[in-house]
Write a protein that binds this ligand. Structure first.
Ligand code: NAD
Length: 507
C-alpha cells in the first residue's frame, strides 16, 4: 500500500533533503530516520543538508532574491497559483503521507493539504493587494506614502505536527511578497517536506524561478546555523516555547527579525447557559483530535460548578466512543502519538497530576500494541497544580470547576501561554466580556466553537510565551516585507516639519 504511495510521490529508500538537488554538492549530512508512529517501523530515510549544502542553498536563495523581488507581484502570484494546482492534484497522496509520518488521521492529513491549497488561493489574491497608505503631509506641495518592499531570503523552521501547512502559511505569503525561502522542516517529518518540495520544484522549474524555494532538511544543527545567519533577515520559527526562547535570543543578538509561533495551553470555558450538544463534541475534537498534538489542542476545561459533574460524565462517555487505531483507517478518530518520548512525557505528566492532587477519571493508559498509542485522559484538576500550567503534547484534558465568569476568565488567563481560547455560552454579556479587553488574553478567542481548527483567513498566532507572531491571513503579510515611508516634494521651497527654521541664506 505504501510502496505505491512512495512511488507516486517520487520517494525512494534514501532521499536527498536538499532541493533543488545540486549534483556537484559534496557528501550530504547525517541521515534522518523517520518512523511510522502507528507501528514504530522505519520509513524511507532523508539525507540532511551538510553545512556546505546549507551555505550553498542560502547563497542560491540570496542570488534568486535579486531577480524575484523585481517580478511583478501578480506574476509571483501566478507561480503560487500553479503550486496550489500541483497540491490539488496530489491532495490524497500527500495527505496520506502526512498521516503515515505524523500519525494524524487521514481526514486531518488531507485537511492539512487543503489548508495549503487555501493558503495558495489566499496568496494569489493577496498578490494584487499589497497595499500601502497615502498620508496627509503637513507641508505644502508635499505628499507622503507608505510602501512595502520584499525583505530578502527568509528562514522557515517548522514543527512535526503540521509538517506542511505551516510551511505554506509562511512560504506562500513570503513568495508573493517577493522573498525567497529556505525551509528547515522537523527532522521527524522530512518525507512530507521532500514530497512537497518536489511539487514546488516542478512548478518553479517551469517558471524559471527554481532557486526561490529551497529545502534544507536537518535537525538542530541546521536550525542553529539559520538563526545565526545574517543572510536571513527574518526567521519564522514554529515549535515549543523552549525553541522560541533560543530563536528570540540568537536572532535578537544579530538584530534580525523573528516570527514566533510557539506552544499553547488552551482552555475552553463551559458556562451555565452553554448548549452541551455543541460544547461536548467541540471539546472532544479539540482535546482528542490529532491525539492532542495540535498547538491549539484544548488542554484545560473550565466548567461552571453547576454543570461540572454532568460534563465530566458526558465527556467520559464520548471518550469511550473514540476509536483509536491505524490513522489511515477511516473509522478511526485518534491515531498514535509521534514517538516513544511523547508517550513517556504523557505518562510523566499524568503521574505529576496525581502527585499534585489530581485524579485521572478516564483513560491515560498506553495501548498494548506496536506503535505509540495511548488512551486520551480526563483529569479532575485544580488551576494551581503546576502541571496544569505546562503544555504536555498529548491528549490530556484537565477539568476544573468555576463559580463566576470573572473567575473562569482569570483561570483561563493564568498560564504563561496565550494561543487560543473559547467560551460556550448563550449569555450575550458573558460572551462580550470574554472578547473584551478584560477577557481572554489569547491571540484567538472563540464563542461557541472550540479552540482548534482555525481558518486561514484570520491572522493566526498567540500572545505571551506563545511568541506574539501572526501568520496566514489578514495582514500577516506585513511581517514578510519592509515598510518604507516616503515624502515627496513637488514644490520649489524646502519647508521643514514641525515649523523648524534653518535658513542658511544665499551665496
Ligand atoms: P520543537 O520545538 O521540538 O521543534 C520545532 C522545530 O525547531 C524543528 O524543526 C526542530 O528541529 C527545530 N529546533 C529545535 N531546537 C532548535 C534549535 N536550538 N535551533 C534551531 N532549531 C531548532 O517542536 P515540535 O515537537 O516539532 O512541535 C511541537 C511544538 O510546536 C508544540 O509546542 C506546539 O505547540 C508547537 N507548535 C506551535 C504552532 C503555532 O502555530 N503556535 C504550530 C505547530 C506547533
Amino acid at each position: 500500500m505504501f510502496e505505491e504511495l512512495f512511488q507516486r510521490l517520487g520517494i525512494g529508500e534514501v532521499n536527498r533533503g536538499v532541493t533543488p538537488v545540486d549534483e556537484r554538492a559534496p557528501a550530504a549530512g547525517p541521515l534522518l530516520r523517520p518512523t511510522n508512529p502507528a507501528s514504530g517501523s522505519a520509513l524511507p530515510t532523508v539525507q540532511s543538508a551538510s553545512p556546505e549544502e546549507y551555505d550553498r542553498a542560502v547563497d542560491r536563495a540570496r542570488a534568486a532574491f535579486t531577480s524575484w523581488r523585481t517580478v511583478p507581484p501578480p506574476r509571483r502570484g501566478e507561480v503560487v497559483r500553479q503550486i496550489g494546482e500541483g497540491l490539488r492534484a496530489r491532495k490524497a497522496d500527500l495527505g496520506l503521507l502526512i498521516t503515515l509520518e505524523t500519525g494524524k488521521i487521514r481526514t486531518e492529513g488531507e485537511g492539512e493539504v487543503q489548508e495549503m491549497i487555501d493558503m495558495c488561493d489566499f496568496a494569489v489574491g493577496l498578490s494584487r493587494q499589497l497595499y500601502g497608505l497615502t498620508i496627509a503631509s503637513e507641508r505644502p506641495l508635499h505628499r507622503m506614502i507608505e510602501q512595502w518592499h520584499p525583505l530578502g531570503p527568509i528562514g522557515i523552521v517548522t514543527a512535526f505536527n503540521f509538517p506542511a501547512a505551516v510551511w505554506a502559511w509562511n512560504a506562500m505569503i513570503a513568495a508573493v511578497c517577493g522573498d525567497t525561502i529556505v525551509w528547515k522542516p522537523s527532522p521527524r517529518t522530512p518525507l512530507t517536506a521532500v514530497a512537497v518540495q518536489r511539487i514546488v520544484d516542478g512548478v518553479a522549474r517551469a517558471n524559471d524561478c527554481e532557486d526561490v524555494f529551497q529545502l534544507c532538511a536537518g535537525g538542530e544543527d541546521i536550525g542553529r546555523r539559520m538563526l545565526d545567519d545574517r543572510r536571513l533577515p527574518l526567521i519564522s520559527a514554529t515549535g515549543s516555547c523552549r525553541l522560541g526562547r533560543v530563536v528570540g535570543e540568537v536572532v535578537g543578538r544579530r538584530l534580525g527579525r523573528s516570527l514566533l509561533e510557539l506552544g499553547g495551553n488552551n482552555a475552553i470555558i463551559i458556562a451555565p447557559s452553554a448548549e452541551l450538544e455543541l460544547a461536548i463534541p467541540a471539546t472532544v475534537f479539540a482535546a482528542v483530535g490529532t491525539a492532542g498534538q495540535r498547538c491549539t489542542t484544548a488542554r484545560r476545561l473550565i466548567v461552571h460548578e453547576s454543570l461540572h459533574d454532568r460534563v465530566l460524565e458526558s465527556l467520559a462517555s464520548a471518550y469511550r466512543r473514540v476509536r483509536i487505531g491505524d490513522p489511515w483507517d477511516d473509522s478511526v478518530l485518534m491515531g498514535p502519538l509521534i514517538s516513544e518520548d511523547s508517550v513517556a512525557s504523557m505518562m510523566a505528566a499524568l503521574e505529576a497530576a496525581r502527585s499534585q492532587g489530581g485524579e485521572v477519571v478516564w483513560g491515560g493508559r498506553r495501548l498494548d500494541r506496536p506503535g505509540y498509542f495511548v488512551e486520551p485522559a480526563l483529569v479532575r484538576a485544580r488551576p494551581e497544580m503546576p502541571i496544569v500550567g505546562e503544555e504536555t503534547f498529548a491528549p490530556i484534558l484537565y477539568v476544573m470547576p468555576y463559580r463566576t465568569i470573572d473567575e473562569a476568565i482569570a483561570i483561563q488567563n493564568s498560564v504563561e501561554q496565550g494561543l487560543t481560547s473559547a467560551v460556550f455560552t448563550n449569555d450575550f454579556r458573558e460572551a462580550e466580556q470574554f472578547l473584551s479587553a478584560e477577557g481572554s488574553d489569547c491571540g484567538i478567542a472563540n464563542v461557541n466553537i472550540g479552540t482548534s481548527g482555525a481558518e486561514i483567513g484570520g491572522a493566526f498566532g498567540g500572545e505571551k510565551s506563545t511568541g506574539g507572531g501572526r501568520e496566514a491571513g489578514s495582514d500577516s503579510w506585513k511581517a514578510y516585507m519592509r515598510r518604507q515611508t516616503c515624502t515627496i516634494n513637488r514644490g520649489r521651497e524646502l519647508p521643514l516639519a514641525q515649523g523648524v527654521r534653518f535658513d542658511i541664506g544665499r551665496d
